[in-house]
Design a protein around this ligand. Sequence first.
Ligand code: PLP
Length: 372
Amino acid sequence: MRAFAYLDHNATSPLRPAAFDAMVEALRAAGNPSSVHRSGRTARGIVDAARRQVATLAGALPSEIVFTSGGTEANNMAIGGSGRGRVLVSAVEHDSVLRAAPDAKLIPVDAEGVVDLGALERLLAASDEPALVSVMFANNETGVLQPIADVVRLARKAGALVHCDAVQGAGKVPVDLHGLGVDYLSLSAHKFGGPTGVGALVVRDGAPFASDRRGGGQESNRRAGTENVAGIAGFGAAAAAARDGLAVEGLRDRLEASLLAIAPGARVFGAGARRLGNTTCISMPGVKAETQVMALDLAGVCVSAGAACSSGKVQRSAVLRAMNVQDSEAATAIRISCGWNTESDDIECLIAAWRDLYIRVVHSDLTRARAA
Ligand SMILES: Cc1ncc(COP(=O)(O)O)c(C=O)c1O
């Protein structure tokens, strides 16, 4: 069995070999894509090739791709760039959406984490002011998929624009800008084997968009600043490699069945909804998420205690709270996320470490109870 298992792909997925190679090649080709000389043209060629690869992954036209520094910037640009003052966002969005729209009205979710379409309809009808609706493709903590086609249908009826944060969906399951009918789609390379610090906002041809960046005319005046050529090359290569998505449902299902059998009372959050095949958010009754993450880390297994945040601090999950999960139960939930290089051995390694921890905890509880 493996001594190390990386099961935190929703935080960052390790760089795919094809992305690494493309980046090294791009780093060798010095040049600014805006320069007219040969070095500039080489860099422009790299960026344009990657643009086509990313467009194919997102079901978009190359001209609809705006490269950014990642999903956070793409989400901020969509909210700010749509020009809509009235914004409706789901209660389970990533902070880069919630904090970009602090005055937004929250669309509630049900106990499985699926957006309440009736509530969305009522919120849309509450005012004549044109709105922007932002609902994510898949949740980063639970993997729950949102009914984007229904969201678009309701939004269109009310004359609203739609933004979809597809950072956790792209490269894992098919994502199609035009098939979904959304106006803006956010992507991030490092969630499916590209490098960190690069992503894209896909802006549907004809959708209103105004950039608040001041500077050069890069990205067809939609995102000023010299492009991150090597990062974009890695993004494109990862997008091409990820085109077929992930086939890890079998591993995920085996993992969940084993963990639920080990710890009676454990719960998989969002289990009743359509979910990404790579994500499990599960509680171990009575054992704090931080304790589980540390114990698993000591056993060589990397998972997360909810959404990774920059401070490294573990906060109570706003996603689970929106799903009406008690704080005491949410405090025991960890996120396990598989990816492109996950194998059966990784899952076995996690199951063994989780079982060891659970037995240790139950045993020490029993010892304490006997001593009392
Ligand atoms: C759903 C979702 N949106 C946006 C982001 C931010 O992406 P990035 O890390 O590229 O800024 C993340 C990252 O965790 C995410 O999970």
